[in-house]
Design a protein around this ligand. Sequence first.
Ligand code: TYC
Length: 103
Amino acid sequence: MPRRTQDDVALVPMKTRTAPPPLYKVLLLNDDFTPMEFVVQVLQRIFRMDQEQATRVMLTVHTEGRGVCGVYTKDIAATKVDQVLDMARVHQHPLQCVMEENG
Ligand code: TYC
């Protein structure tokens, strides 16, 4: 399918244009108890990172207090947060995960 150019967009009446959906960052928060290895596993399993990237994000959270795991639409972000909290609960770690609008 040919790409829609800016000239094509200019022909779409203002009222019928749909704004792109707002995006949400999913963030991990640091704590003193969750093992580093567990956080790396969470990042690999839920955010599809390789070991190197997961280790980098985990260390950012560990040193700076929080770190971005990814940016998603609202539903996907909320699902990721639930998955992280479920995994933490099952393993009895206090790991916290939040989402915030990518303003
Ligand atoms: N601070 C934890 C420790 O020293 C490791 C950790 C990293 C915990 C990231 C949570 O989101 C987190 N074991």
